[in-house]
Design a protein around this ligand. Structure first.
Ligand code: HGY
Ligand code: MN
Ligand code: MN
Ligand code: MN
Length: 414
């Protein structure tokens, strides 16, 4: 009970407090780093599980390490809609990218419970375990397991410390041989809805709190290894060197140049040098490439062009080049029916309903394989994301929860 002097804390205040609590679930003190199947993610899952159960949901960890809760329909066992997002983060990330969509889903169920309301459909809330793909290079692993579309090689993917995904899952308390049981292909949700920060400046520039996402850009991620010859920095003449980092540097600049000249974005966000010593010529470099475009054919053409330039550089410098595609997603449209339904909800709230595409990837890409997907974007300051300065206002979160709640009340069977 709050005292008369204290304003009552509403869903949005509680959601913000929960997002702060999840921000403390990190493997790197002083910053937010909660990678797939890490101790920090186990801690976050436990908190979310407790909030789901306190909200009256049947909740648990599924066979892929996702945390799932269910608010039963008026008829037990009815089909469900799924509201959610991811609980893992990038390294040194923000506190809203992902968890916002999970705590907002819980807030909707808490409202339904306070109203004593059961809907024609059940409401499932899910926190996906590995959307960012920072640890193993892929992305949307948790949601791909739910969609039944896991890449065959997901188990072999290794993190920077050489730990493979299957071993990581096992240490997380989930049997990697049982991941298939997370698939919802046979009983798919009737729809999937994600509230997510925009991670861009459009809503703030338009001074609008929420927007309806029309499509999610596809992305191709590569992991590239360049092998040269390590050697003494003081004695090997420049003309005899096979410097792996100098070759990789040419590749990084090629990605930037090719994408800058197209309707695309290209990033080398991860790079490791071996043996990584000031007085040793780099013998091996491993780096990531992330190329995205609204048009799949533009992205494919740029990936091919980048690889051709990498190979030309390798030949010129007499180094070996190897690469693997660690993730490839196609540009995925949101369901026009859901876009219009969400636009109607915003109009009913007296809000503008801008439509916008997402340059960021999301779990909806995977879930679109089994049901129609919708996304609501929420304004974030300066469009900043994947950065500790990521921030939203409680007023916008209040509107986001209200929109999800109104959407859920409009649900009809069939
Ligand atoms: O990388 C992305 O676009 C998303 O944040 N996982
Ligand atoms: Mn995200
Ligand atoms: Mn992200
Ligand atoms: Mn997402």
């Amino acid at each position: 009970m709050t005292s008369a002097s204290e304003p009552s804390r509403d869903d949005a205040d509680i959601a913000m407090a929960r997002l702060d609590a999840l921000a403390a679930c990190t493997d790197e003190p002083g910053r937010i780093t909660r990678l797939a199947f890490s101790p920090a993610l186990r801690d976050a899952n436990a908190r979310v599980l407790a909030w789901m159960r306190e909200a009256g949901m049947a909740a648990g960890i599924d066979a892929a390490g996702n945390v799932v809760g269910r608010w039963e329909a008026e008829t037990a066992g009815a089909s469900a809609v799924m509201i959610g997002s991811h609980l893992d983060t990038v390294r040194d990330g923000g506190r809203y990218d992902g968890p916002l969509g999970v705590v907002a889903g819980i807030a909707v169920v808490e409202r339904l419970r306070r109203e004593g309301r059961r809907l024609p459909l059940a409401v499932e809330v899910i926190g996906f375990a590995d959307e960012e793909g920072v640890r193993f290079g892929g992305s949307i692993l948790g949601s791909a397991a739910v969609a039944g579309t896991l890449a065959p090689d997901w188990r072999e993917r290794r993190d920077a410390d050489g730990i493979d995904a299957a071993t990581a899952l096992r240490s997380f308390g989930v049997d990697p041989d049982g991941v298939g049981a997370a698939s919802r292909r046979r009983d798919p949700p009737a729809a999937y809805l994600e509230l997510h920060i925009e991670q861009g400046p459009a809503l703030e520039d338009a001074d609008v709190p929420l927007g309806c996402v029309t499509a999610i850009a596809g992305a191709t991620r590569l992991l590239v290894t360049v092998d040269g010859t390590a050697g003494h920095a003081g004695t090997v003449p420049m003309r005899l060197r096979r410097d792996a980092l100098a070759a990789a540097a040419e590749c990084v600049l090629a990605v930037e140049r090719l994408c800058a000249g197209a309707e695309a974005v290209g990033t080398v966000g991860h790079l490791r040098v071996a043996p990584d010593a000031v007085n040793v010529i780099p013998g091996r470099v491993r780096f990531s490439v992330d190329i995205r475009a609204a048009q799949d054919e533009v992205r494919t053409r740029l990936v091919d062009a980048a690889l051709a330039e990498f190979q030309a550089s390798a030949r010129r410098r007499r180094v070996e080049l190897a690469w693997q595609v660690t993730s490839r997603t196609e540009t995925t449209p949101c369901s026009p029916r859901l876009v219009e339904a969400l636009a109607g909800v915003l109009a009913g709230m007296g809000l503008p309903a801008p439509r916008l595409a997402s340059g960021a990837g999301h779990d909806g890409i995977a879930v679109s394989a089994i049901t129609e997907i919708g996304m609501l974007f929420l304004r974030c300051a300066g469009g900043i994301s994947h950065h500790p300065a990521e921030s939203v206002t409680v007023a916008d979160v209040r509107l986001g929860i209200e929109a999800l709640h109104r959407w859920s009340l409009a649900l009809r069977r069939g």
